[in-house]
Design a protein around this ligand. Structure first.
Ligand code: HEC
Length: 135
């Protein structure tokens, strides 16, 4: 994680030195922007929780997913998820929150239910913000 961050910072530094015009950002919200209004739930906080709460153990260090263990978090937000009972739901904020705070309530098809992890509502909100940045 630290190595990755350092790498990103080094990359950002190089890009600035090269004085190339910055490409238009593809993502609407830049999570690391210092000027961003401070929401109660922050993606940065969620990122820390993602490893400290063990999410990365089943969903991959960078949300890439682990076959047979946990579905990918990357690209999940806004996508359509098929549940065990065949219903299809859109992975919006409410769905992600429920998936984290009440894991048994919505079980993704092809997986055994995620165990309850005792994540508080505020921690879950931060985790949702982090998951939204994984594209
Ligand atoms: C022991 C393994 C395990 C751990 C730890 C774990 N999960 Fe999961 N998670 C799963 C499995 C398996 C599923 C798919 C079955 C289900 O939906 O219950 C899942 C589903 C999800 C979903 C819904 C995914 C989708 O494709 O719709 C979200 C969101 C999620 N987990 C977030 C988290 C977060 C955040 C954490 C850390 C607080 C976490 N998980 C920790 C195994 C795990």
């Amino acid at each position: 994680m630290i190595v990755l961050l350092a790498g990103l910072l080094a990359f950002a530094g190089c890009a600035q030195q090269a004085e190339k015009p910055a490409p238009a950002p593809e993502k609407p919200a830049a999570p690391a922007a210092p000027a961003a209004p401070a929401p109660t739930a922050s993606a940065d906080e969620g990122k820390k929780l993602y490893s400290s709460k063990g999410c990365s153990g089943c969903h991959g260090a960078n949300g890439e997913g682990i076959p047979g263990v946990g579905p990918a978090m990357k690209g999940l937000y806004g996508s359509e998820v098929e549940l065990q009972d065949g219903t299809k739901v859109k992975a919006d904020d409410a769905f992600l929150l429920e998936s984290i705070t009440k894991p048994g309530a919505t079980v993704v098809k092809g997986y055994s239910p995620m165990p309850p992890l005792g994540v508080s509502d505020s921690d879950a909100a931060a985790l949702v913000e982090y998951i939204k940045t994984l594209k």
